[in-house]
Design a protein around this ligand. Structure first.
Ligand code: SAH
Ligand code: SF4
Length: 341
């Protein structure tokens, strides 16, 4: 049987393992302290444990989570892309994004993505596999160990988080727990392309996370051409569920809108987007397409982007434009997956 992984253990699971090994109860607290306070994951370095106990732990619990790691800092130093090679060779990317007063980690939930949005490089790469809980927690652990004070998490890296629901939610539970990194749920955003079964599960839980919904096009007739997920997960149904989520959990909802020239930048497209935002009491985040030779679309000219922003402002819907941080290292939204190509 596979060994359990240190970074995938909840406090309860850690305590259970410790008692099964016949070690003193407080060892669980010592171990979690090493991992989440001191950012040390190898048992060898846990100097307040006896040598015999360290050896027992090493034989029972796996504490590694990647085979190799590469770092790519952007020229302006505000973004750093991490490329993790997982044990069987798949690659996963995450991005540290430095703002003036806080630092966000853009986290991956899958290696590749099965959703196949036509404007996203991760979709082009295709689906490799779901990430395990420890591989999700590991992305944050690694950034923290490197000295980045991660205060915000956005599940906007590779993959559709709601298609890997159990592992993502367990990782979030560990990351926000007081014994873990104690990251507030209000600072964690899960982004989805609109997977209905996952949104239904979110409505039922008490996690109360911030949500982002990637719209693509708010018109159900136009959406499938760029987001085939529409065929089985109609946006009309998604909107109703997001509304239920909002009513029940009262969290921030963002509509992410990737602008594609000639595809979703016409006045009627933006009118539909505004109507959706009003219905959902959501803010809109415009992302001009981050181009890539493998993506068959163009971004809109800056003038058009500003015009669209002003239409939305005129409709009194809150709107922001995402700054293309990390584009020189292919670390911007929808550009993750370069390591496969
Ligand atoms: N799978 C989730 C989260 C990862 S994608 C989702 O789709 O929401 C994160 C964001 O990047 C989404 O809003 C997506 O629409 C956007 N995106 C994808 N490809 C892009 C590209 N090439 N340029 C700009 N944004 C892109
Ligand atoms: Fe997957 Fe999101 Fe990319 Fe669509 S935009 S292919 S859901 S990662």
């Amino acid at each position: 049987m596979d060994k359990p992984h240190l970074l995938g253990l909840t406090q309860e699971e850690c305590q259970h393992l410790i008692s099964e090994l016949g070690l003193p109860t407080f060892t669980a607290k010592q171990i979690l302290d090493w991992v989440y306070q001191k950012k040390v994951s190898d048992f060898e370095s846990m100097s307040n444990l006896s040598k015999a106990n360290r050896e027992k732990l090493q034989a029972t619990i796996d504490s590694s989570f990647y085979k190799s790691l590469q770092l790519f800092p952007s020229k302006d130093g505000l973004a750093i892309k991490y490329v993790f090679e997982l044990t069987e060779g798949q690659k996963v990317e995450s991005v540290v994004l430095k703002e003036k007063t806080y630092t966000t980690l853009c986290v991956s939930s899958q290696a590749g993505c099965p959703v196949d949005c036509k404007f996203c490089l991760t979709g082009v790469v295709g689906f490799k596999r779901n990430l395990h809980t420890h591989e999700i927690v590991g992305q944050i652990f690694q950034a923290m160990q490197d000295g980045h004070q991660i205060s915000h998490l956005v599940f906007m890296g590779m993959g559709e988080p709601l298609l890997n629901y159990d592992n993502v939610m367990k990782a979030i539970d560990i990351l926000q727990a007081p014994y873990g990194f104690n990251i507030s749920k209000r600072k964690i955003t899960v982004s989805t392309s609109g997977y209905i079964a996952g949104i239904k599960r979110l409505i039922e839980t008490d996690r109360k996370l911030n949500l982002a919904f990637s719209v693509g096009n708010a018109n159900p007739a136009k959406r499938p051409a760029i987001m085939p997920i529409e065929n089985r997960n109609p946006i009309t149904e998604v909107a109703k569920l997001l509304n239920t989520y909002q009513t029940k959990h009262n969290r921030k909802l963002t509509l992410e809108y990737t602008l594609l020239e000639g595809k979703n930048d016409e006045p009627e497209d933006i009118r539909d987007l505004i109507a959706l935002a009003k219905y959902l009491r959501a803010k809109i985040n415009l992302i001009n397409l981050n181009p890539h030779p493998k993506i068959p679309f163009k971004p809109v000219p800056t003038k058009v982007l500003h015009k669209i922003k002003s239409w939305i402002e005129d409709a009194r819907v809150p709107v922001t434009v995402r700054y293309k941080k990390g584009q020189d290292i292919s670390a911007a939204c929808g550009q993750l997956g370069e390591s496969y190509l």
